[in-house]
Ligand binder design. Structure first.
Ligand code: ZN
Ligand code: FE
Length: 239
C-alpha cells in the first residue's frame, strides 16, 4: 500500500491510498477532480472509492466528476450523509470497512463540523485527519463545541505513536509560529521547524507527520485542560 500526496486548490492535500497489486486506489478528500484524474490516468489505476472526512467544499469538490468518470463509490459518515455529495456508502462511528486489500476504521471526531470523521488504515497505521488535527495545529471550531474538539483530539492521541498523520491542509509553517510562541523552550519543536522549512524550500509537503512528533510539538495536543485548550484555540483564531 502506497500513499500519494496530491496538491489541490491553494493549500489542500488530497491523498491516494494505492494498492499496487490490484492497481486500484481510494482517494481521501478530493478537493477537485483534475489533479486526481491526472495522476490516475498517468499511472493507469482504478479509483474504487472516494472517502470524505467532512462536507466542506474543499474536501468534496471532486466527488461528482470522479464518481461519474470512474464509477467509484463515495464513502462517508452516516451522520453527514445529507451533506456529502453523491454519497453511496454510509458508515457508522467505529465501523470497519473492508474491500480487497483496503481496510480502515472510521471514527467520529466532531468539532470542526458536527459530522467530521477520520479514517484509520490500521494495518498500515495511516490516519487521515481532515481539518481536525493538522501538523502543529488543529481545525477551527465551526459547528461543534470546544469540548467536542478537545475530546476528538484526545481520541486521536490514543492511536499508536508511529501512526502517520495525513491532514487536509499545508498549514504547518504558520502553525509552527503559533506553537513556538506558546512553547518557547521546546527543542523538539525547534528541530521540527528546521526540517519543515527545509522541506518547504524544496517545494515538498511537510506531510505526513507522526503522532509521536505531534504529541511532542503540537501545542493543541500538549495542553492539559479544556480551559487551556479553549484559550489557545481563541488565540489561534486571531493569530
Ligand atoms: Zn473544513
Ligand atoms: Fe478544509
Amino acid at each position: 500500500m502506497n500513499v500519494e500526496i496530491i496538491k489541490c486548490l491553494k493549500d489542500n492535500y488530497s491523498y491516494l491510498v494505492i494498492d499496487e497489486k490490484n492497481k486500484s486506489a481510494c482517494v481521501i478528500d478530493p478537493s477537485e477532480a483534475k489533479p486526481i484524474i491526472n495522476f490516475i490516468e498517468k499511472n493507469q489505476i482504478k479509483l474504487d472509492f472516494i472517502l470524505n472526512t467532512h462536507h466542506h467544499f474543499d474536501h468534496v469538490g471532486g466527488n461528482q466528476v470522479l464518481k461519474k468518470k470512474y464509477n467509484s463509490k463515495v464513502i462517508g459518515f452516516e451522520g453527514d450523509k445529507d451533506r456529502i455529495p453523491k454519497i453511496d456508502i454510509c458508515l457508522k462511528d467505529r465501523e470497519i470497512w473492508k474491500h480487497k486489500n483496503f481496510e480502515f476504521k472510521i471514527f467520529h471526531i466532531p468539532g470542526h463540523t458536527m459530522g467530521h470523521v477520520c479514517f484509520n488504515f490500521f494495518k498500515e497505521k495511516l490516519l487521515f485527519t481532515g481539518d481536525t488535527l493538522f501538523s502543529l495545529g488543529c481545525g477551527r471550531i465551526f459547528e461543534g463545541t470546544y469540548k467536542q474538539m478537545y475530546n476528538s483530539l484526545n481520541l486521536i492521541k490514543s492511536f499508536a505513536l508511529e501512526t502517520k498523520i495525513y491532514c487536509g491542509h499545508e498549514y504547518t509553517l504558520n502553525n509552527s509560529n503559533f506553537c513556538l510562541l506558546h512553547d518557547k523552550k521546546n527543542l523538539k519543536l525547534k528541530k521540527k521547524i528546521f526540517l519543515i522549512k527545509k522541506k518547504l524550500n524544496k517545494n515538498l509537503p511537510t506531510i505526513p507527520s507522526t503522532l509521536k512528533e505531534e504529541l511532542e510539538t503540537n501545542i493543541f495536543l500538549r495542553c492539559d485542560s479544556i480551559e487551556n485548550f479553549s484559550k489557545l484555540r481563541d488565540l489561534k483564531d486571531n493569530f
